[in-house]
Design a protein around this ligand. Sequence first.
Ligand SMILES: Cc1ncc(COP(=O)(O)O)c(C=O)c1O
Length: 359
Amino acid sequence: MGQEVIVSKGMSACSHGGIYSVNPKLVKLDCSSNINPFGTPRRAIAAIQKGAQLLAPVYPDPECKELKSSLSRYLHVNPEWLSVGNGAMEIIYWFARAFVKKRAVIPAPTFCEYELAAHKAGALVDFALMRDFKLDADSVIEKARDADAVFLCNPNNPTGMLDTKQIMKIIEGVESSTKVLLDECFIELVDYPGANTLIGMVKEFDNLVILRSLTKSFGLAGLRVGYSICNPALTKKLSIYKIPWNVNCLAQAAGIAALKDAGHVASARALVKRERGFLQDRIGKLESFSPCKSDANYFMIDLHGRNSTQFRDALLRKTGVLVRDCSTFTGMDSHHIRVAIKTRKENLLLLKALGMFDG
Ligand SMILES: Cc1ncc(COP(=O)(O)O)c(C=O)c1O
């Protein structure tokens, strides 16, 4: 059997959703970014307002000590095992620079920044194509032989699927010299985060880095707070690439306040579960759209052969609703979009917009 050739779309096409991916003035409802449907916790907004005058003229704590203490309590992890970045994005790039020298293995489709970061670090990327959007652990392990690193994402973006068992198998199956970055940035919004997070494995596997963020779970996208959990030796290697004061004062204050409100994430999780069922059921009844299975706060929709870029643009022009065109993900066709699960009122607007293009 011949080898499957996967054409990278990373360098030319990697783009993100969000209102700046199009003309922001056209966007009335952004279903392309997968943020906590309740947005930012009130107490985080209050911390920013309260801190503005006091904190703006002062340099931030370069070590984010108080934020790390809050994360330590939230995660039950020792602060020495934590690094805080300007969003999870910054840590993806630290990881690539620190550990990816010659070759990385990345499943496809997944978040495009792993590929870009590996390339920018001067490495080659081998893709392991998913089957029906599910990971094949054996093929990843096989490709990862002698590789510097493997990038994994659970639940995966853009598919929204959890693959916890296959990921455990990969972590256990790759050589200990191969570093693994496991991105759990969306895991707090799946139904059972505690049963799916692999934070517990960092103690046993000293080649494992878990990546998290306050962007999605606590709706702090604009402030940029991400973090990683791994043993102190890896933490030290990652920190070589950290610039001083990488996380600003207001982001640190908002992060500390947000982490006191775990209920904000729990309510979002309950809403996502209910609304995912509602939206998928209603979209499934439309003639021209089929929702794909998902465990996350977003899911893909099969457009039955319609071109996803043209569809996104037409939907936005006609209705003001922005969806994520999935054609820019390596390993994806050009017939899928991704939508975020939001509040009932917003979900009804999305349904109405899709209904205008049905049949
Ligand atoms: C899977 C995944 N990881 C990380 C990020 C970046 O997170 P942050 O906003 O914390 O940089 C994104 C952003 O969309 C993402 O989809």
